[in-house]
Design a protein around this ligand. Structure first.
Ligand SMILES: *[C@@H]1O[C@H](CO)[C@@H](O)[C@H](O)[C@H]1NC(C)=O
Length: 243
């Protein structure tokens, strides 16, 4: 018998075929089980929670004239909240003189994106992120009453053409207890061209000047799904032990 014929006979041998069929069926059943019933280990890993926001308005509720600044809040294993940023890079004003990755005082005078998190006691966390890598974290209460600032932050940025992207991880202990509301802002430009933008703006015509600390304009966020340890008995933060 020619060699090729013998190989074909071997492959088509009924016992070999049966074995192959059984193997295939077992493989399909295994894959199906993995897809429909995740193992107990996978069950224990909380699924990622993500909220996406787009800043499409100026501080006084006019449409912005460029791609919106996009800010996403993503759960981070219940130890913090990840902030993902995607924004146009204006490169105006020039970069702050501080080292990228370090806190920089008065960062609000530069190009920044900001996120605020507020609780019902009007305790709030402000996180300012600069496309050049500097950041500023402030703990405040009431109206602009500073509790702490210049806290360290894990923050990386990259620039892609005329856009920039940033990723920060805000530790859970930075948040005041039981966050219920938030707002986000972006600032760029110099002199007359200085532009202030807001996720939740003030009413057009109501105020003459922007002020990001008008807490009454903040809106609800389901924060507990993002950071379950922000509420109840599990909440702990020495930073927020106020006298
Ligand atoms: C923000 O998201 C919107 C919608 O996905 C997109 O059209 C826009 O280009 C994004 N902005 C930036 C700066 O990438």
């Amino acid at each position: 018998m020619p060699k090729l014929g013998r190989i074909c006979l071997f492959v088509l041998d009924p016992r070999t075929l049966l074995t192959l069929c059984i193997c295939f069926i077992m493989y399909v059943i295994k894959e199906w089980n993995l897809k429909t019933k995740p193992s107990s280990h996978l069950d224990n890993v909380a699924s990622t929670v993500r909220y996406d926001f787009q800043i499409t308005k100026t501080w006084d509720d006019k449409p912005v004239d460029h791609l919106p600044v996009n800010i996403s809040l993503v759960s981070h294993s219940d130890v913090g909240v990840k902030v993902l940023l995607k924004a146009p890079f204006f490169n105006d004003p020039v970069a702050p003189s501080g080292t990228p990755g370090e806190p920089f005082s008065h960062l609000w005078d530069y190009e920044v994106a900001e996120v605020f998190f507020l609780n019902e006691q009007n305790h709030y966390l402000e996180v300012e992120l600069c496309p050049h890598g500097q950041h500023l974290v402030l703990l405040l209460r009431g109206y602009k009453e500073l509790i702490k600032d210049m806290l360290p932050l894990e923050f990386k940025t990259i620039r892609v053409g005329n856009l920039w992207q940033g990723e920060a991880i805000i530790p859970g202990v930075y948040f005041p207890k039981e966050i219920t509301k938030m707002n986000a802002y972006a600032i760029h430009g110099s002199g007359d061209e200085r532009t202030y933008e807001a996720l939740y703006p003030t009413t057009n015509g109501k105020y003459k000047e922007p002020d990001f600390h008008r807490l009454e304009y903040f809106k609800a966020i389901d924060f507990v799904t993002l950071l379950p340890s922000n509420v109840g008995e599990r909440y702990k933060s020495s930073l927020w032990e106020l006298s």
